[in-house]
Design a protein around this ligand. Structure first.
Ligand code: SAM
Ligand code: SF4
Length: 318
């Protein structure tokens, strides 16, 4: 079992498989060049690192990016993890653009859950936020994913004056489709557009309360969100609020980048470079890197309100 210096069991790894993306979201990477050079770890090598983590008790693996579906061999990576241990919870976070093409083969390979980022139901707003005319593709991808029985969550980052008028319509859409919508507080970072301002969780809740009464029910079982239920319905939504201290108390995760850097915390600059160990398939060195990352996991994120992260979310996988 992996237990950090503060007694938290770490049983969840997020793997970013590329920092490249076909979108340029305002809150993520609006000004990065089309193609970012990266020294990618081949996925069959990354698998050997993942196997070590699984042997140490990791139970959940989320594949993210950049846009993970840009990585062509992703389904066979999922299948290899599933074949190694078929009760591992394998999930994917995607912008949904290529989902229609890959949903079935991902499901057949052992993927259980997907989180799709969807910030608006309006074509022009999606273009404004992501610089891509992507709404139809995302909706078709969601439809396909639903058809093949993937469990689906939607992630929305509410931004003032941009999509905050869609907080309720997005909730109604998610409820109608049977998806769990989670609102994510915008996390300030130096790669984002400096013109945007996110809504804090209390502002999101105030917005919802104009139409619906709700009750907080619990923390999500497989995620960092607090869950709320709309009164007199079975409809639930979540809010992910990393500005909140409690967020760290229950943290159970570490991250590894596509280049083999292990990040013990999203908002903490220290990281362990496991790239050489993974590329050389040096099992002892991989194990040492993993244990070092767990030992180095800070008690809390080094992020106070108003501060800006200099680590890119498209690099660490959000
Ligand atoms: N490209 C995929 C996607 O967008 O779903 C996966 C990678 S993306 C970095 C993972 C998640 O991070 C997305 O749900 C995205 O909305 C979220 N994200 C990125 N930058 C963020 C920021 N500055 N604040 C809050 N959430 C952010
Ligand atoms: Fe790409 Fe996801 Fe970042 Fe948007 S949030 S630019 S889709 S990596």
């Amino acid at each position: 079992m992996l237990v950090d210096s503060f007694g938290r069991t770490i049983d969840y790894i997020r793997i970013s498989v590329t920092k490249n993306c076909n979108f340029r979201c305002k809150y993520c990477m609006p000004n990065t060049p089309d193609e970012i050079a990266e020294d990618l770890i081949p996925l069959d090598k990354m698998l050997e690192f993942i196997k070590i983590a699984i042997d140490y008790g990791v139970k959940k693996i989320r594949i993210t990016g950049g846009e993970p579906l840009l990585r062509k061999d992703l389904s066979s990576f999922v299948k290899s993890i599933y074949d190694y241990k078929n009760d591992i919870e394998i999930a994917l976070t995607t912008n949904g653009y290529f989902l229609k093409r890959y949903a079935k083969e991902l499901k057949d390979s052992g993927l259980k859950r997907i989180n799709v980022s969807l910030d608006s139901l309006k074509k022009e707003k999606i273009i404004l936020i992501s610089k891509k005319d992507a709404l139809d593709c995302i909706l078709e991808g969601l439809h396909e994913a639903k058809k093949v029985n993937l469990k689906i969550k939607l992630n929305m980052v509410p931004l003032k004056g941009i999509n905050d008028d869609e907080i309720v319509p997005m909730l109604e859409f998610a409820n109608k489709e049977g998806f769990l919508l989670r609102y994510i507080e915008y996390m300030e970072n130096s790669f984002a557009s400096d013109k945007i301002k996110g809504l804090k969780s209390f502002e999101i809740l105030e917005n919802i309360q104009k139409k619906y009464n709700y009750t907080m029910i619990k923390k999500e079982v497989f995620g960092p969100a607090k869950l709320y239920k709309i009164d007199n319905t079975n409809n639930v939504f979540g809010i992910i609020a990393p500005h909140n201290d409690e967020f760290c108390t229950s943290c159970n995760r570490i991250r590894i980048t596509a280049e083999g850097i292990i990040c013990p915390c999203l908002y903490f600059q220290d990281a362990i470079d496991a790239s050489k160990a993974i590329k050389n398939n040096d099992k002892k060195a991989m194990e040492e890197s993993l244990l070092n990352a767990i030992k180095n996991k800070p008690e809390k994120n080094k992020w106070s309100d108003g501060e800006t992260s200099t680590r890119a979310f498209y690099h660490t996988g959000g």
